[in-house]
Ligand binder design. Structure first.
Ligand code: HEM
Length: 517
């Protein structure tokens, strides 16, 4: 009983985390009416925003990186309290950017003090498109163990091994694992769209039935259940209906596993200072969720034999390496990423009835009678809405990279000296509102990424740790799922407007669905 209760509580926390991550993105849309480039020197050309305004490094002044790390222990603690409590992440970065009149500055980020003795909170924030893009240059930055900053959740969360997502391309294991994941995606491309559509039908049937009985359907759990079933099938080749326990609560097991890894760096909005004292002061041990992880491990090992075998035979991984890497990409990258991203997409379309009319027309007139990946290529507005949602609410807001050597980092207006070993930290929510690149950056413009000018902007859409016009390779750290993520989201929108004439709701619930006539 006690164990069950603890399990439920953990699950509840993760949902709060998810809602919180989502709400904080949303908060920025509402609150950031001001264009942050007012902090740049007035001599810079601020309007009209255009791609060509990015200045050439040779013309720019060399500036010392402003900001400081403060006194030992006190500086990091004070920054941590600002980050989680007094300011929240958006204002934390924005206030400092304005204070230092620079999109590049020194600060501390959580976790820190007292029980994170091996974690160095000192970072150089990079908050414009130009400085942020240094994070993609693997000659300049080392991506070893910096997925969520200097803090690394214990390897016992992932079968006592460092999975590929934490590895730098210079490590031989990285290309084996990334090659394996890219291969999985290639091999599943034949069933991806049809599996998606049939699982979406189950999801919407469920929501429709709840909405018909009560005035509102909260969709986070059904969405996660749909994602879990769908991702197990397309990524692991594992059918959840073969294991009732996993089918029923596999998504909740993943939630708890994710929550425990991410709690030290995530705000869940409980009463302060309780959150700082109990949730952000130490890392949680993995044994609390080892039962959940083992259940999913055993399920994938049993039901995903072909996929695991492919990792061993085709990519030289051991069976354990194949399973733990597959589980991480399935549970952390894919399940975690979509759980944050899709509610923000549904929110963006559900609150705009004029946009719905346009999407409905496009989704019904184009793309053939059966939805496939190719259908979406004929739906530019649907695709643009997906890109604009990723720009306004990048699901993974923070990215890190450690300087491999001393080098010169360029922002739009200055050049800075970075020393070997320093950690760069990009906060995408501000980077994606860079007014020198994006016209009216605080506005959600559904058609921003359409036509020729819109296509050029894909060079500056960075949600996948690389430009949307780029490609994930074995030698970079761009998200292996870059294309499949945007195609899946676009198919969800197209499917939605073939099935319904209109939808009303927000980022967590649906209040009305008008069936297609
Ligand atoms: C909405 C969903 C997703 C989001 C927001 C997302 C985002 C990201 C980001 C930001 C990174 C870079 C992290 C870093 O190193 O700084 C990344 C890496 C990665 N993602 Fe995704 N991802 C998503 C879905 C997927 C899917 C569906 C897959 C594959 C099935 C995938 C596979 C990977 C892999 C393998 C890496 C590591 C790349 C490497 O080590 O070179 N992701 N993802």
């Amino acid at each position: 009983m006690r164990k069950q209760k603890q399990t439920n509580d953990n699950h509840k926390y993760l949902i709060i985390i998810i809602i919180n991550i989502f709400n904080s993105s949303f908060l920025l849309i509402i609150t950031s009416k001001q264009n942050y480039h007012h902090c740049l020197p007035f001599t810079m050309s601020l309007s009209p925003p255009s791609l060509v305004t990015a200045a050439i490094a040779a013309d720019l002044p060399i500036r010392q990186i402003p900001g400081s790390y403060g006194f030992p222990l006190l500086g990091p603690l004070s920054d941590r309290l600002d980050y989680f409590w007094f300011q929240k992440p958006e204002s934390f970065f924005k206030n400092r950017m304005e204070k230092y009149k620079s999109t590049v500055f020194r600060t501390n980020v959580p976790p820190s003090f007292p029980f994170f003795v091996n974690v160095n909170p000192n970072v150089i924030a990079v908050l414009d498109v130009k400085s942020f893009s240094h994070l993609f240059d693997i000659d300049l930055v080392d991506k070893k163990d910096v997925l969520v900053g200097d803090f690394v959740p214990d390897v016992s969360f992932t079968g006592n091994m460092r999975v590929g997502v934490y590895q730098d391309p210079s490590e031989p294991q990285h290309s084996k694992v990334k090659g394996y994941i890219i291969d999985i995606l290639k091999r599943s491309s034949g069933i991806w769209a049809s599996e998606l559509v049939s699982n979406l039908d189950v999801f919407w049937d469920n929501i429709e039935s709840t909405v018909s009985k009560s005035s509102s359907a909260s969709y986070l759990f059904p969405l996660q259940q749909f994602l879990f079933t769908f991702l197990c099938k397309v990524l692991a080749g594992a059918d959840t209906s073969r294991d009732p326990k996993i089918a029923e609560s596999g998504h909740a097991m993943l939630d708890r596993w994710l929550a425990l890894q991410l709690l030290p760096i995530t705000s869940i909005g409980i009463l302060q200072p309780l959150e700082e004292i109990f949730l952000h002061s130490f890392a949680y041990p993995s044994f609390l969720v080892s039962g959940d992880y083992n259940n999913i491990y055993n399920f994938v090992k049993q039901q995903g034999k072909d996929t695991i075998n492919r990792g061993e035979m085709g990519f030289g991984l051991t069976q354990e390496e194949a399973i733990h890497n597959l589980l991480f990409v399935l549970g952390f990258n894919s399940f975690g990423g979509f759980t944050i991203f899709l509610p923000s997409l549904i929110d963006a379309v559900a609150k705009d009835s004029a946009l719905q009319e346009k999407l409905k027309k496009e989704a019904r007139e184009n793309g053939g009678s059966t939805l496939t990946f190719d259908s979406v290529k004929e739906m530019p507005l649907v695709q643009s809405v997906v890109y604009e949602t990723l720009r306004m609410n990048p699901p993974v807001p923070l990215q890190f990279g450690r300087a491999r050597k001393d080098f010169r980092l360029t922002s739009h207006d200055s050049v800075y000296d970075v020393k070997k070993g320093e950690l760069l930290c990009g906060f995408q929510k501000l980077v994606m509102r860079d007014s020198l690149i994006f016209d009216e950056p605080d506005l959600f413009k559904p058609d921003r990424f359409t036509k020729e000018k819109g296509a050029q902007l894909l060079d500056y859409l960075y949600w996948s740790n690389g430009p949307q016009s780029g490609s994930p390779t074995l030698s970079n750290k761009q998200c292996a799922g870059k294309d499949v993520v945007t195609l899946t989201a676009a198919l969800l929108v197209a499917h939605l407007f073939r099935r319904y004439d209109s939808i009303t709701g927000d980022g967590s619930s649906i209040t009305a669905l008008q069936k297609s006539k």
